[in-house]
Design a protein around this ligand. Structure first.
Ligand SMILES: [Zn+2]
Ligand SMILES: [Zn+2]
Ligand SMILES: [Zn+2]
Length: 124
């Protein structure tokens, strides 16, 4: 009985999420509601939702992000200074022929040397 109630609360709260969030963010939302739900239950709930394809997961800066919508997530990382920039990439149509199946969401990690570091290199 208690578990059903917990699940209802979690389902209700996750519907309000429209940006990327971490398990900790979600845990804080639940705490604000004065609900006693442990972080382990939160993790379990989120992972189950990912398995059911109702939630999408991304990895950002060694953290796992979730989204209720099929958002795209792309990074450009500098190999020299390790700074990371987010990119707006709307589609991966150029990969259509490579993928036999349906794309749900995607994450891209592009590595290079940032402008700042390129300028520094030129000075030597
Ligand atoms: Zn997905
Ligand atoms: Zn990111
Ligand atoms: Zn750099």
């Amino acid at each position: 009985m208690r578990q059903t109630k917990q699940k209802e609360t979690l389902e209700e709260e996750i519907k309000k999420k429209n940006t990327f969030f971490t398990a900790e963010d979600f845990f804080k939302d639940i705490q604000k509601k004065k609900r006693k739900i442990g972080i382990a239950t939160i993790y379990r709930f989120l992972n189950e939702k990912v398995k059911k394809n109702e939630l999408h997961s991304y990895s950002c800066n060694r953290r796992t992000l979730f989204s209720t919508e099929k958002k795209t997530h792309a990074h450009f990382s500098c190999e020299v200074c390790k700074t990371q920039k987010h990119l707006e990439i709307k589609n991966v149509d150029f990969l259509k022929n490579e993928i036999s199946g349906e794309v749900c969401h995607f994450q891209l990690d592009i590595t290079g040397v940032c402008e700042k570091c390129l300028k520094k290199e030129k000075r030597f």
